[in-house]
Design a protein around this ligand. Sequence first.
Ligand code: AMP
Length: 208
Amino acid sequence: MNIVLLGAPGAGKGTQAAKLVEEFGFAHVSTGDILRAAVKNGTELGLKAKSYMDAGDLVPDQLIIDLMNERFQQPDCAEGVLLDGFPRTTAQAVALDDMLARMNRPLDAALLVDVPGEVIIGRALNRRVCKDCGYVGTAADAACPKCSGEMYQRTDDTEDTVRNRLDVYEKSTSPLIDYYRGKGVLKTVDGDRPVDVVFADMKALLGL
Ligand code: AMP
């Protein structure tokens, strides 16, 4: 299956993606994770992306499209992908359509994890991520409950940056809701509920 996860930053896409991967073994492709690794490793991509990420702005489309073209070539993507954080603009969505068409693969679903803006801000400020395994938890997790790794706060989870990321989402990414509705693949889940309840609904919507 090829699935796009849509939703504001902090809606819980990463958390739900990790659960889908654990249960069904999808290739999880998170542009945010790839970019953060590139920044950490000081690669050319990382150097180009860092200032946009720190401000909560989008990294330019062409960098992301090149990155995804490359990522799709890797063997783990052959069976299908779970896209988390991509596409984020109409140009990226059109590029994704082209990539999938070239590989003769359909987009099975665009799943919107729907959470109100006020809830998002509170969640993002409370979010902590494991340095070792990427587990997404909260400020209440002194250490990672999965691997005991150190939890840290993403540098783009400050209030100003979160507000900017939400504005960017509204302006650049939310038009994709209509884009995918028009293609007949949009499915929406109410993401303002406990993780496992959202997950159960997501599986039902995806027919899993
Ligand atoms: P995320 O982890 O998905 O919240 O992404 C963190 C940051 O990486 C975003 O705020 C953007 O600066 C950048 N980013 C991630 N995915 C994309 C994308 N598809 N297009 C542009 N920028 C992106």
